[in-house]
Ligand binder design. Structure first.
Ligand code: TXA
Ligand code: MG
Length: 311
């Protein structure tokens, strides 16, 4: 085992905070069974205490010990997509303290696939509570450098596992109420989930359980950002004139101060998205224009994050 992974596990055992890579985004981890450690985590995130966090495990067996009931649908999804970018919401068992669930009777469980996350989870042995390693309401980090920019001294150790491969947060499926409900789209599509389950998966509704990803203006840059349809991009650029940064599929336009070109397929786009938003936010422009992606299902995860970034 790498010495810094061992050190990270020791910090967690002492109730400290460690940032670590996952395949989705970087997480800020704390011992999920320690009330004090989780309190420290919420303080570092500046996150309200009634927002639940996801608890991470090395495998499904460890994760399901924190659920009071594991429906067949959970078994199916775990078998197909764990380890991977999927979070399951289940009724919590006595193992899961109310301080990780925001006082709710359900718990978010995830088994990440990133080798460094796996190594850390195995070294630590227990559940690691980990929200994305950014301050509350900011764009999630997909590199170790992003984490240091955001959290600085508040995190004892940042494990570096390179840029996150998926780039947007895990898909969250709520199975606590009988039917499967997709609370947050991610790297796994609603169609893939439905296929694995052999039943349809509903989209999130406003009255689904509380989840901070569901709040407006989450994942948002500080610079005002707008989503514009492809056919009006040119017009919008002409109208703005002043310092504008653009995120688009097409080739740069000379009138624009800062132009970032994005991949035309959703997985590649997602992988680059948060770094791109950070870059545009740092470009000292007065506004950001984002060319709207296609309305198709495979763009759902990206579209969700862009809608939040521009709401
Ligand atoms: O990809 C990910 O899921 C990343 C990596 C680090 O694993 N984590 C992540 O955590 O995005 P966070 O805390 O930034 O977002 C977790 C989402 C929040 O919207 C949270 O409220 C929701 O999961 N959540 C957690 N437990 C829940 C529960 N019991 N019911 C409903 N939503 C829950
Ligand atoms: Mg987050």
């Amino acid at each position: 085992m790498r010495p810094e992974v061992r050190r990270a596990a020791e910090i967690l055992e002492r109730g400290g905070l460690v940032a670590f890579p996952t395949e989705t985004v970087y997480g800020l981890g704390a011992d999920a069974s320690s009330r004090e450690a989780v309190a420290r985590l919420y303080a570092a995130k500046r996150r309200p205490a009634d927002h639940p966090v996801i608890v991470h495990f090395a495998d499904a067996q460890g994760a399901f010990a924190w659920a009071s009931a594991v429906p067949p649908a959970a078994m199916k999804l775990a078998a197909q997509f764990w380890p991977g970018p999927l979070t399951l919401i289940l009724k919590r068992s006595a193992q899961a303290g109310d301080f990780v669930t925001g006082g709710q009777d359900t718990i978010g469980l995830r088994v990440p696939s990133h080798p460094v996350a796996q190594e850390l989870l195995r070294a630590f042995g227990g559940g690691i509570a980990a929200p994305s390693a950014n301050r509350y309401g900011k764009v999630s980090p997909t590199t170790a450098a992003h984490v240091r920019e955001d959290l600085g001294e508040d995190v004892a150790l940042v494990l570096d596992g390179g840029p996150s491969e998926v780039g947007i947060e895990s898909a969250i499926v709520d199975l606590s109420g009988g039917r499967a409900v997709l609370l947050r789209p991610g790297g796994i599509s609603r169609q893939q989930l439905a296929q694995a389950l052999g039943e349809t998966v509903e989209e999130k509704r406003a009255d689904s359980p509380r989840h901070s990803g569901g709040h407006e203006r989450h994942y948002a840059p500080r610079t005002p950002a707008r989503l514009v349809p492809t056919h009006t991009l040119d017009q919008e650029i002409a109208k703005l004139g002043s310092k504008v940064a653009v995120l688009a599929f097409s080739r740069p336009d000379e009138r624009v101060d800062y132009w970032l070109r994005m991949p035309r397929e959703p997985a590649g786009y997602a992988q680059k998205l948060y770094a791109a938003l950070r870059e545009l936010d740092g470009a000292q422009c007065e506004s950001i224009l984002i060319e709207a992606p296609p309305e198709t299902a495979e763009w759902a995860g990206v579209r969700d994050r862009l809608l939040r970034a521009t709401s």
